[in-house]
Design a binder for this molecule. Sequence first.
Ligand SMILES: NC(=O)c1ccc[n+]([C@@H]2O[C@H](COP(=O)([O-])OP(=O)(O)OC[C@H]3O[C@@H](n4cnc5c(N)ncnc54)[C@H](O)[C@@H]3O)[C@@H](O)[C@H]2O)c1
Length: 273
Amino acid sequence: MAYGLLKGKKGIIFGALDEQSIAWKIAEQAVAEGAQIVLTNAPVALRMGGIQKLGEKLNAEVIAADATSMEDLENLITKSVEILGGKLDFVLHSIGMSINVRKKKEYTNLNHDWMHKTFDISAMSFHRLMQTAMKHDAMAEWGSIVALTYIAAQRVFPDYNEMAESKALLESFARSFGYHYALKNKVRVNTVSQSPTWTTAGSGVKGFQEFYDYADKMSPLGNATADDCAAYCISLFSDLTRMVTMQNLFHDGGFNNMGMNPAVFDLLKKEEA
Ligand SMILES: NC(=O)c1ccc[n+]([C@@H]2O[C@H](COP(=O)([O-])OP(=O)(O)OC[C@H]3O[C@@H](n4cnc5c(N)ncnc54)[C@H](O)[C@@H]3O)[C@@H](O)[C@H]2O)c1
């Protein structure tokens, strides 16, 4: 059900790769709520073709941008403002990639060149993006910027590997930049800490099925789906959350506040049987 929460708003959505992507669901819901959007992803992702289909369906322009390239980001931001016919009301950062995770490297034996790349793509890109938007004065007053993160920034999840540090950095950028952007023109910046979700990035984590099942049992509401996450992000883009900024917001069915849930024993019993 749509409420017209984003009627007349304009935004950029990073990170829709395929129908599983959390950004895909957010793009769909944003348009259903009345927004006009530009879709963007890395050039290699554009070649896979899924995002073009989404662009056609949502009547949205697709612009390639490697989130580690200042040149690409400049082009994306200036073109988007032009295409959308005005400043941006919201931006979604939904980007994560780690070669160490992909190659299933152990945490105590990581390749540090790849680690640089991980931090650049998954975290520094958030700062690059906000710096570029600020430089071009591209955000409307009371605009909203959201990045997706994971609780491994605060707690140890061994197989999440160096993405844990990446998310800690990402969340810190949200707080620090959020301060500056609030002063500049009341733009709010938050991170949403989402449950494990079956996507290309998610399922690349070693033992993802166990990860997913454990979180699902531990959370009294169960895991939040990508559609649930989209609905929450829409609320953060809307005018209903104007005073929320510099926060890491858990969207995980209660997982982050649990110590122990007897339901987890069902999983263990199943394994033993
Ligand atoms: N899936 C989960 O379990 C989960 C849980 C919590 C948070 N998240 C976060 O949600 C976000 C979206 O991930 P997802 O699960 O939807 O997976 P996904 O694989 O669909 O999305 C990741 C996106 O990052 C893009 N990307 C990679 N390198 C890029 C670059 N250099 N420039 C621009 N874009 C680039 C990919 O093309 C892809 O679209 C990520 O930040 C991820 O860490 C995911």
